[in-house]
Write a protein that binds this ligand. Structure first.
Ligand code: ZN
Ligand code: ZN
Length: 221
């Protein structure tokens, strides 16, 4: 699936290392796994991090590292591929727009989602993950903007359908935008097609320059 797709916006090394170490919140991990399932470049990067982890382990030697911590490192190294293969098991109903890591979180596919309005035609569905970070699907009608906002923490936005552009570039299916506190942006969905994104945040967004009555519906994001 999606083998010939060109992806221009990738994960950071920090995110790939933290994913490999198993230290990310479930929602963040879900966005990373979803991008990796679509991106050969980041998958190769993850594999080289995991190979490097094994080499460091060999050079430490078993005596200095101690048996139980050796086992925990091995468990961690082995858990990433297992986590992927667990997520790659076939679902009963396949939705071609849903990458495999998302299937367990969206039973029945995108058409079965109960979208909730968040203002200006934008709709969302929060996915069931642990509470340290929030994963939501956003449905942004063609040509619609998410109001100008900043970030109190990390925001990952991965395109599943359609495309959007903002101050950082143009994002199509598979592309992931990694936004930190220093980015202020106004994502706008392409005019040609409604845009569906996986958006993960570990802190609420900060909307600026909006009338309170317009900003209010977006406060839940
Ligand atoms: Zn990538
Ligand atoms: Zn943002």
């Amino acid at each position: 699936m999606m083998k010939n797709m060109t992806i221009n916006h990738h994960l950071t090394d920090d995110l790939i290392m933290a994913y490999s170490a198993g230290t990310l919140a479930e929602a963040v991990s879900l966005a990373v796994a979803t991008h990796i399932s679509l991106c050969d470049e980041c998958r190769a990067n993850l594999e080289s991090h995991e190979a490097l982890g094994g080499a460091v382990l060999d050079s430490c030697g078993v005596e200095t590292i101690g048996k139980s911590s050796l086992q925990s490192v091995l468990d961690r190294i082995h858990s990433a591929p297992e986590r992927m293969s667990h997520l790659e098991r076939p679902a009963q109903r396949r939705d071609a727009r849903l990458p495999k890591p998302l299937e367990d979180y969206v039973p029945g596919g995108l058409d079965a989602i109960k979208w909730r309005p968040v203002g200006m035609g934008v709709r969302q569905a929060v996915l069931p993950t642990s509470s340290e970070a929030t994963a939501r699907l956003l449905y942004i009608p063609a040509g619609t903007a998410i109001p100008d906002h900043g970030h109190s923490g990390l925001e990952l936005t991965l395109v599943l359908q359609g495309a959007f552009h903002d101050e950082d570039g143009y994002f199509r299916r598979g592309d992931i935008e990694v936004a930190h506190e220093d980015l202020q942006h106004t994502p706008v969905a392409d005019i040609s097609e409604d845009c569906i994104c996986l958006a993960v945040t570990d802190a609420p967004l900060k909307f600026k320059g909006l009338l309170p009555r317009i900003a209010q519906p977006f406060v839940g994001i």
